[in-house]
Write a protein that binds this ligand. Structure first.
Ligand SMILES: [Zn+2]
Length: 486
């Protein structure tokens, strides 16, 4: 297993440290042991380190003789990993180390996440801190906690914890690509109060459901144009409401703020004599959606089943307010970047709806790589909520990392890459969170930042694997970058 898997792989010390930290359980919010390991390793290298209240560790590697006046560079990684496993695998992420194998050009775990995100970054940083042969300026090696489930470490870095004004984040997943920006985000929760009235007469209770959508990540998949189950259900309900007298009992749909909703369901009440009309509307809706989303969501279904005995249903005013609100709330890409090709700059996800005693609660999530545009789309969503008479609650959110195509570190990074590998690197930004924007914000701004990493396929899933040849390229590039900024 682990020992044989890395036998003969280069750079030897990177794989050595990867093996070492893989033996230490380090799921998000369980980083204590790996941080102890890092502090001990730094001490053994003769390097000073310090730890802040939340747990982040910084290791100081003083400049080589004659390089004391060079700019300080921060090399940043996160120490936690996502814990996912296949259903048939016995693995306790709190106790067991990660077991992995070599499969051709890949290292892959045995039915669990591998933790190469960001374990290769951690191992590479340790290897670089250890290397006494390197000529470099002052280095601050920053190891953060809990990137994956809350960006907690980045969010709590104290001003002054790091001092460098150049930062290299080693947590992206495509060798040959330099990342220069990411999105910031926040959630906006909207609660519409609902008044109910009893249901009387000969009625049918129906559960109308939208099923079979692909969904996806609300950041990196938002540009794919996939259907939103909440939107399709709303359109279906409005079509029914136009034709027959419909009462609304409840609305449910979506699961997470950062996922495009795949399923949604409404309980409605109609006159027993209107059921066949409703059925034909559902058939028409499904046909219409299958046509409109033929390429991206071919398996969309609108289905109905008999519901349980009717509880009091929304009064007409509440029903109209809720349906109009859901119909008006924006979803999807709001603007593409004018500076970076194919980058979504601003988006919003209509994510979750739930019916409670108080009313209907709707969770939405906004992202943008430009701070003012994040505020703009959040305020747009809030206004729509207020027009429906709803209570609107924005979360604190986190800042993005606005791409700077004129960054001097970027120019250097492009040069170094081209000289080393004889071809130009791609330059991209991603429409999801990295720690860079937050760290920059926490330490007062002005940190010229770039992100790069080895090629990792299927991160956050048990399919996660890291390309062996890309680790060697990534590490030699990292070493050259550290030299070039000193
Ligand atoms: Zn990561």
């Amino acid at each position: 297993m682990n020992e044989e898997a890395i036998q003969g792989l280069k750079p030897e010390r990177v794989w050595h440290y990867f093996k070492e930290i893989s033996a230490i359980p380090r799921g998000s919010k369980n980083e204590k042991a790996v941080l102890e390991y890092i502090k001990k390793a730094a001490a053994a290298m003769g390097l000073k380190s310090k730890q802040d209240k939340v747990g982040n560790v910084v290791v100081f590697k003083p400049a080589s003789p004659g390089k004391e006046n060079s700019a300080t560079v921060v090399l940043q990684v996160h120490t936690d990993m996502v814990c996912e496993k296949n259903r048939d695998v016995q693995h306790d992420f709190l106790k067991d180390g990660i077991k992995f194998n070599r499969e051709g050009n890949f290292i892959k775990a045995d039915g669990t996440t591998l933790g190469s995100d960001d374990g290769i970054g951690v191992a590479s940083l340790l290897s670089l801190l250890e290397d006494k042969s390197l000529v470099h300026g002052p280095i601050e090696g920053l190891f953060t906690i809990d990137e994956e489930t809350g960006l907690t470490g980045a969010n709590h870095i104290e001003p002054g914890f790091i001092t460098g004004k150049i930062m290299m984040n080693l947590d992206s997943e495509d060798e040959g690509v330099l990342y220069i920006g990411c999105a910031g985000g926040l959630d906006t929760t909207i609660t519409v109060p609902v008044k109910r009235k009893p249901v009387t007469g000969k009625v049918a209770v129906l559960n109308v459901m939208v099923r079979g959508l692909k969904g996806g990540h609300s950041g990196v998949d938002i540009n794919l144009g996939r259907a939103n189950a909440l939107k399709l259900l709303t359109r279906t309900l409005m079509a029914i409401d136009e034709k027959v007298k419909m009462r609304l009992v409840s609305l449910e749909g979506g699961s997470k703020h950062n996922a495009i909703p795949r399923e949604a369901e409404a309980t409605i009440v109609v006159a027993g004599t209107d059921v066949s009309t409703v059925n034909s509307i559902l058939i028409d809706s499904e046909k219409m959606f299958k046509n409109a989303f033929a390429t991206v969501d071919p398996d969309v279904k609108v289905v109905v089943e008999k519901g349980k005995k009717a509880k009091p249903a929304f009064d007409d005013k509440s029903k109209t307010a809720v349906l109009n609100l859901l119909n008006s709330l924006p979803h999807g890409v709001i603007r593409m970047s004018s500076d970076i090709r194919d980058l979504v700059e601003t988006s919003t996800n209509l994510a979750v709806m739930k019916t409670t005693a108080a009313g209907v609660t709707i969770v939405t999530s906004q992202r943008s790589s430009i701070e003012s545009e994040k505020d703009m789309i959040a305020s747009h969503v809030a206004s729509v909520g207020k027009l429906a008479g709803a209570k609107v609650r924005p979360s604190d959110g986190y800042p993005g990392w606005q791409p700077n195509v004129n960054s001097s570190v970027l120019a250097k990074a492009q040069n170094v890459y081209t000289n080393l590998f004889g071809k130009e690197p791609a330059v991209k930004a991603i429409h999801a969170g990295l720690e860079c924007g937050i760290i920059n914000d926490r330490v007062g701004g002005g940190v010229d930042t770039i992100s790069f990493g080895p090629t990792i396929i299927g991160p956050h899933s048990p399919d996660e694997r890291v390309a062996i040849d890309s680790v060697e390229k990534f590490y030699s590039y990292l070493v050259e970058m550290v030299k070039s900024v000193s």
